[in-house]
Design a protein around this ligand. Structure first.
Ligand SMILES: NC(=O)C1=CN([C@@H]2O[C@H](COP(=O)(O)OP(=O)(O)OC[C@H]3O[C@@H](n4cnc5c(N)ncnc54)[C@H](OP(=O)(O)O)[C@@H]3O)[C@@H](O)[C@H]2O)C=CC1
Ligand SMILES: O=C1CO[C@H](CO)[C@@H](O)[C@@H]1O
Length: 317
């Protein structure tokens, strides 16, 4: 398994398991099965509301001696309603209690968007704080504090643009080591890859298979399927593998980590075995031409009348 090696020598397996939408009642089995298959990297978040069940699975695999804590890489994310230096510690403590861990490997600011403490998802413009009211630089101090307290080994961000990374790099003491963003053949983000390579920030690709099981409210009528894309299907057929395996291996060959979600034992195994597929330069060039700057996670849930956030500002477009 390819790994990212961090400056302190820690190693993160580049292929991990996404856990958004892995339903309570199923995610326990999915995590246990994934560990049997060989997954050692798990992508979690407080807002996925399944961390308790994932924590039960971790506790049980450790007790059964299947893996040790040190063999796993566990990421989680600070939800938008806990921005502010003073709120990070308690949010992380809740995640650690739910996951039944004493430390995380990586803790990310989930979005550069701040919500009022009592709000999980906004319903009106008054549910938000602006970034002037809750500056990222201040939230980041809270992230640095939890590194110093030994509660997470690394910190980073998610859904940050190059501009927002630049602003953060100007004010931070501990540099962000990861940006987790949507990336797949329809949204290839070449400038972000170049910038993060220069700045020694690792990238993780989310929704690498097109996030087909998103709630309908997050879907738009003009959406196109990645898994059914003609080029991806043709390459898969030629290699004797599945379209999902092409998409996963494509992400790895570009030097990004990738966290496909599955709760199905057959697809979990298939996704893990993507690394046996080899894509050549012709395949990579053909896939490069599929870029259409199209997002599945558009961030429209942060934009509504009187919200301080706009899609243009969110993505710097
Ligand atoms: N930081 C952020 O803001 C975000 C982070 N994420 C993270 O990224 C992870 C992955 O992204 P996500 O949006 O969940 O979507 P993915 O792109 O990983 O797609 C998941 C869907 O693909 C299906 N699938 C999985 N494997 C295969 C396969 N081999 N063949 C066909 N279909 C398959 C799954 O079904 P099934 O389960 O039935 O196999 C599910 O319907 C998330 O779970 C989360 O951890 C995602 C969005 C935003
Ligand atoms: O990680 C993610 C998936 O879940 C959330 C919605 O429920 C998104 O906000 C976020 O991008």
């Amino acid at each position: 398994m390819k790994v990212f090696e961090f400056q302190n020598g820690d190693k993160m397996p580049m292929l991990g398991l996404g856990t958004w939408k892995a339903a309570p009642g199923q995610v326990y089995d999915a995590v246990r099965e994934a560990i049997k298959i060989g997954y050692r990297h798990f992508d979690c978040a407080a807002i996925y509301r399944n961390e308790e069940e994932i924590g039960q699975a971790f506790e049980d695999v450790f007790a059964a001696g299947e893996v040790t804590r040190e063999e796993l890489w566990i990421t989680s994310k600070l939800w938008n309603n806990a921005h502010g230096e003073e709120n990070v510690l308690s949010a992380l403590q809740k995640t650690l209690a739910d996951l039944r861990l004493s430390y995380l490997d990586l803790y990310l600011i989930h979005w550069p968007v701040a919500l009022k403490p009592e709000v999980l998802f906004p319903e009106s413009g008054t549910d938000f704080f602006s970034l002037e009211e809750k500056p990222i630089a201040n939230t980041w101090k809270g992230m640095e504090n939890v590194v110093k307290a030994g509660l997470t080994r690394h910190i980073g961000v998610s859904n940050f643009t190059i501009n927002k990374l630049k602003q953060l790099l100007n004010t931070c003491d501990i540099r962000p080591e990861m940006n987790q963003i949507e990336m797949h053949p329809f949204l290839q983000q070449p400038e972000m890859i170049k910038y993060c390579q220069e700045q020694h920030i690792f990238l993780t690709a989310y929704s690498p298979l097109g996030s087909g099981d998103r709630p309908d409210i997050l879907k738009s009528s003009d959406e196109v399927s990645l898994l059914e894309n003609e080029v991806i299907m043709r390459i898969a057929e030629a290699k004797g593998c599945s379209p999902a395996q092409v998409l996963i291996q494509w992400a790895l060959e570009r030097g990004t980590a990738v966290i496909p979600k599955s709760a199905n034992p057959v697809r979990l195994k298939q996704n893990f075995e993507s690394t046996t597929v080899q894509l050549g330069p012709d395949d990579m060039n053909e896939i490069a031409r599929l870029d259409q700057h199209a997002r599945y996670i558009k961030g429209i849930f942060w934009t509504m009348p009187e919200s301080p956030y706009t899609v243009e500002e969110l993505w710097d477009e």
